[in-house]
Design a protein around this ligand. Sequence first.
Ligand SMILES: Nc1ncnc2c1ncn2[C@@H]1O[C@H](COP(=O)(O)OP(=O)(O)OP(=O)(O)O)[C@@H](O)[C@H]1O
Length: 354
Amino acid sequence: MLHESGKEQRELASAPALVFKHVGVAVNGQGTFLCKGKSSGGEASKKQILQGITGSALGGRMLAIMGGSGAGKTTLLDVLTLKKTSGVSVEGSVTLNGQPLTENLLLKSAAHVAQDALLWWTLTTRETLEYCAELYGRELSKAQRAELVEAVINQTGLKSCEHTRVGNAFVKGLSGGQRKRLCIAEALLKQPAMLVLDEPTSSLDSSSAVEVVQLLRRLAKASNILVICTIHQPSQRIFGLFDDVLVLARGQIAYAGPVKDVGRHMQSLDVPPMEDGSSLPEYLLDLTNSDFTDEQQVQNILDNWSASEQAIVSAETAAPMREAKMRGLVAQTLILCRRLTIMTMRDPTVYSAR
Ligand SMILES: Nc1ncnc2c1ncn2[C@@H]1O[C@H](COP(=O)(O)OP(=O)(O)OP(=O)(O)O)[C@@H](O)[C@H]1O
C-alpha cells in the first residue's frame, strides 16, 4: 500500500509491518457468521461482507480505515485483531513482521483501544495507570514501573489530571478527550509495536478529536508504533494527520495508499470533480457510499482499484518487534483484588446496595 521515496522506504524497512492479503469474510443470509465449509444453508445463503482486502500498515505511520456506513470497517478491524464471532468464515492471511498473526503474537505485540473502552470511575488517572502497569510489567522493577507510568502520563498530556478520578455520567471527572487519552495511555503501558483504535474520535468535540489524533501521530513517529484507526467522518485537519488511508466500499477496497495521493487517484478516474467547499474526506465518502451514490460509479472505482498495480503489496519483511510481557495468572488476580477493594471502598452505591 505504501509507495514512498527510496530514502523513506529504507527507513520504513526497519519498522514493524502488518500485511494482510486477500482477506475475505462471509456471513449467512440470516446474519450468522459461517464456518468455512460448514454452512448448513449452502452457498446460496452466503453473504460476502469483505472481499479481496490486501494492504499493509507500517511502524511510524498512521493508517486510517475509512468508508461509509456498512462498508466493512469494523469487520476488517475485527480480522486484524483476531476478534472471534462464532462461525466466522475468514479467508486470506494476516502477518506481523512476516509471522502469521496469532493470538499470542497479538497479545505480546499489540494493544487495542475499543470505542467503548471500560475505565473504573472511582480510580484516579494515576491509579488506573499504576494498576495497569503492574498487570503488564512482569519484567519491570517497582522503580521502572513508576518511571514508565510517569513517562506515559507525560507523553499523553495527563499530568494536569493525574489525581483526578475518572468519574462517570453522575460523578464529574475526566473530560471526554482526557478519558480517551487515558485509554491510549493504558495501551501504551504495554509498550506495543502496534496500536489499533476503533473510532478514537467518536463522541469528542472537534478540538479534543484533533488533540487525540495529534497525540497518536506523535506516538507513531516518536516510538515507531504502527497505528491503525477506523474513522467515520474525519475533518480535513484530522484526515491530514494520517499518513495512509484505506477506503472501503461494499466490503472492497476503493483506495489504499498515502493520504497525499488519494485525491489525485480519484480525480484520475471518471468521477465527478470535488465540489467547492467540500473537504477531501467528504468527497471520498460521497464517491464511495453506495447507499447514496450511483452504483455503477462505485463499482467502477472498485474495479479500477482491483485492476491497478498499486493493489499489489510487497512489504513483507521487517525488524523484530517489541513484545509485551504479561504477569502470571496469580499475580494478575492479586492486583485485580487490590484494585477491587479500593474501588468498593470508594463507591457509595455498593454500601447502599448492601
Ligand atoms: N454478523 C453479521 N451478519 C450479517 N451481516 C453482517 C454481520 N456483521 C456485519 N454485517 C454486515 O456487513 C457489512 C459491514 O459491516 P461493518 O459493521 O463492518 O461496517 P462498518 O463500515 O463498520 O459500518 P458502520 O460505520 O456503520 O459501523 C454491513 O452491511 C453489515 O450489515
